[in-house]
Design a protein around this ligand. Structure first.
Ligand SMILES: CC(C)(COP(=O)(O)OP(=O)(O)OC[C@H]1O[C@@H](n2cnc3c(N)ncnc32)[C@H](O)[C@@H]1OP(=O)(O)O)[C@@H](O)C(=O)NCCC(=O)NCCS
Length: 245
């Protein structure tokens, strides 16, 4: 459910195809397929400059999804406050971008701040654009969060979810988490293995590749914008005649 809205700590209670989604050219009627288990998804670490794109993604969630994500049907204003309050120094925020550089999947990994015991688990909260669910994005975001938490020396990952949130709890269980249900809410706790050189390298390689993917999309977007502007100018010239009169 969280990393929580308005939260300053992990336990604050207020708180067609994957390739098509990522911009590869596929026919619009291509059947939705789950990506192979180990196929790569460019998951990028986000910073303060990405706040508008993070906000856009979260505002696009339906009322029910907001309820699942935050534990209550957060209003636009509450989501804005949450995004404004994201602490990119303490926490980690990850995103998957499509070709138009829209965030289509987002995760917030909240680390314990001052005032929490040092062994407080990191808390995971995530969301995937509705039309892209069931294709493995959620599970991959979770794996990514596991890797990053592990490489920070954290040994436990925590997810607070509504018991009705089958997809999130399935992701947590499949990763090996123990789920404790208490009525309408469930707490999942996952013990992480210690970091290794291999886990550090895996993170580094993944981040570099995601950064390259993002740059390529940025360049493609710039070219598209340039062509759009050119077409607009040309159609303007066409309407007013070559002499512009
Ligand atoms: C939870 C959420 C992030 C999962 O994202 P996703 O990309 O659809 O997840 P995945 O495709 O990786 O699916 C994970 C597992 O859940 C299953 N699943 C997906 N949607 C499901 C559903 N509606 N009901 C039951 N199982 C579902 C998948 O089949 C998969 O299981 P499998 O690996 O055994 O096949 C997404 O549903 C979402 O954004 N929900 C709204 C916000 C939210 O609930 N956030 C979590 C709060 S912490």
């Amino acid at each position: 459910m969280t990393a929580s809205i308005d939260a300053h700590g992990p336990s604050d209670p207020q708180h067609a195809d994957r390739n098509q989604a990522l911009g590869a050219a596929l026919p619009p009627d291509a059947p939705a397929k789950k990506p192979p288990e180990r196929s790569w998804i460019p998951i990028r670490s986000l910073g303060p400059a990405h706040r508008p794109r993070i906000l856009e993604h979260l505002l696009s969630l339906s009322e029910h999804d907001r309820y699942l994500r935050f534990g209550f049907p957060a209003t636009d204003a509450q989501i804005e406050r949450y995004v404004d309050g994201l602490d990119f120094d303490r926490d980690e925020v990850f995103g998957v971008f499509n070709r138009k550089l829209k965030v289509i999947a987002l995760a917030h990994l909240a680390y314990a701040g001052d005032g929490y015991p040092a062994d407080t688990p990191a808390e995971f909260g995530g969301s995937v654009a509705e039309h892209l669910r069931g294709r493995g994005f959620g599970a991959r975001l979770f794996e990514h969060a596991m890797l990053h938490a592990r490489n920070r020396g954290i040994d436990k990952l925590f997810i607070h979810a509504l018991s009705e949130n089958t997809a999130m709890l399935r992701i947590a269980r499949k990763a090996g988490a123990t789920v404790q249900r208490s009525g309408g809410e469930s707490d999942a706790t996952l013990t992480l293995p210690p970091e290794t050189l291999a886990s550090q390298v895996e993170q580094l390689v993944g981040e570099s590749a995601a950064a390259i993917d993002y740059q390529l999309k940025q360049q493609a977007r710039a070219v598209e914008n340039f062509i759009d502007a050119l077409v607009e100018v040309r159609s303007g010239v066409g309407k007013s005649g070559p002499a512009g009169g």
